[in-house]
Design a protein around this ligand. Sequence first.
Ligand code: XMP
Length: 544
Amino acid sequence: MSERHLGEDHSVVTADVAATEFADESAPIELPLDADGVVVLDYGGQYSQLIARRVRECGVFSELLPHHVGAEEVARRAPKGLILSGGPASVYSPDAPKLEPGLLELGIPVLGICYGMQLIAADLGGRVESAPVGEYGRSQLTVHEQGILFAGLPEEQPCWMSHRDTVYEAPPGFAALASSTQSPVAAFESRERGIYGIQFHPEVVHTPYGQDVLKRFLRDVCGCAMDWSAAGIVEEQIARIRAQVGNGKVICGLSGGVDSSVAALLVHRAIGDQLTCVFVDHGMMRKNEGAQVVETFRDHFKVPLVAVDAEDRFLTRLKGVTEPEQKRKIIGAEFIRVFEEEAEKLGNANFLVQGTLYSDVIESGGGTGASTIKSHHNVGGLPDDLKFELVEPLRALFKDEVRAVGTEIGLPERMVWRQPFPGPGLAIRIVGGEATKERLDLLRDADHILQDEIRNAGLYRDLWQSFCVLPDVRTVGVQGDERTYGYVVVIRAVTSDDAMTADWARLPYDLLEQIASRMINELREVNRVVLDITSKPPGTIEWE
Ligand code: XMP
C-alpha cells in the first residue's frame, strides 16, 4: 500500500478511493494517557467512539482501544478506570468478543455498558439470557437503589436501550440498582469490587441523565479530577512538537479545512518559521477560498506559505473526463505531483504535518471487527517515498476537540466551523460532465449564493454540509417571455454526525425560495433549481 493518511478535509485525494487503506495500520495507537485518564474498550458497539467523546466532555481524557488488547496493555497506561463498551454480539455466541482475563482484577474501577455489562454479568456468575422481545430505543428506567451511579438522580428516568440479551440476575454480591421496561436488572454495582454495569446507553442524547451517570462513575468512583480539556492541551502539544522537530524543517499541505489549518497553526506556534505551508489551488475550490487561506495564514498569522496556482494544470488534465473515479484519480495524482515539486524546491524538509484525527487513528487499527472501517475517501494520500517523518499534533483529538483547539489558538471562526469539503472539490459536483472552467465558475457562483443565504439564516453550523450540484443537463424554461435552455442547480443540504449516515435538511421554504430566486436572477445560465431530498443511505452525500 503506498498511500499515507492525510486526514479529513485535506485537499488531497487518494488515487484509488475504493482501495484506500492505511500505510501505518500497524502503527502504535497508544496515546499519552494523562494521569487522570480512562480506557474505553471497544466491543464493536455503534457508540464506542461516542462513549470516549462523552468521557472527555466530562473533563477526563479517554483512550479507545480494541477489546482484545488484554489486561497488560490496559495496565501499562495506568488509567484511573476502565469502561467496557456495548457491542452487537451475544455473550453466548462462540465468536463473541470475550472479556480478556485479568481485566476485572486490575485494581481500577470498571463500568460495563450494555454488552460490557452482560460480559461482566456472565463472567461473574450472574444470569444473562436472550429475552423474548428486544428492547430497542426509548425506554423507562426505574431506580430502586441509588448506589453511587444514580446518587441524587430521579427514581424514574428515560433511557436509550439497544439489546436483546438481558441480565436477569446480577452476579452474587452485586446490588441490582435499577430495572427497565424489559430489563429486570438494568444496572448493578459492587462497591467492594469496584465493578459497575448499566444496560442502557448513557452516551446518547436520548438518555437525559446519561452524562450524570458517567460523571458519577468518573468522579465519585474513579476519583478523576475532571479538569481535562482539548483547549488545555495546546501548550503540551507545542512542547511535544518542539521536542520532536528540534531544528528540523517542516512542511505542511494546507487545504483550508479545519484539520490541516489547526495542525498548521499549532506547529507554527511551536516552531515558527521552521514550518512552510504549501497550499495548492487546483481551481476547484469554492469562491474566494484560496484568497482566504492566503490572507489568513500568510498575511494574518505570518506563516511562511507557498501558494501554488495550479488551476490550468488541473483543468488541462481534466479535459474530456466525465467519469467520477477518473476525476478523483487525476486530481489526486496531479496534487501529489505539484506537492512534490514544491517540496523539492523547499529542499531538505524532514517533517510533514498531517491533520490526522483520533477517529482516523481508531479506524486505522484501533477499531474492532464489528465497526467496519468506513470508506476513507475523506483521506488524502501522499506516496510513502516522500520520506518524511510525520508530525500529527491532532492525533489524540476528535473533530469537535480540534475545533476547540482552533478557537483557542485564534483561528478565525469561519475556518474553525468550515463544513467538510471533498479533496477533489467542485469537480465531483459537476455531475456526468467535464469540469470545465465555465462550469466550475457557474457552480462556484451558485454555491456562493447558497452559502450566503444559509449563513444569513444562521443555519450554517447546524448543517453537516450544504452545497450545490451542477448536473450536465439543460432544461427548458421561460424567462421574460423568452424560451430558455439552461442549467439545473441542485441544492444538497444534510445533517449528520459523522457522514456515515445523513438526513436531508428541512430548510425553511422561504429560505429555499429566496435561494432559488437569487440563483435564477443572478446567474444567467441557470433556469431551474431543485432540492435533493435523499438521505444517506440510500444516497451518498456527494453526487459523484
Ligand atoms: P459521501 O458522498 O460518500 O461522502 O456520502 C461522505 C463525506 O466524504 C466527503 N467526500 C470526500 N472527501 N475526497 C474527500 O476528501 C473525496 O473524494 C470525497 N468524496 C466524498 C463528502 O463531502 C462527505 O463529507
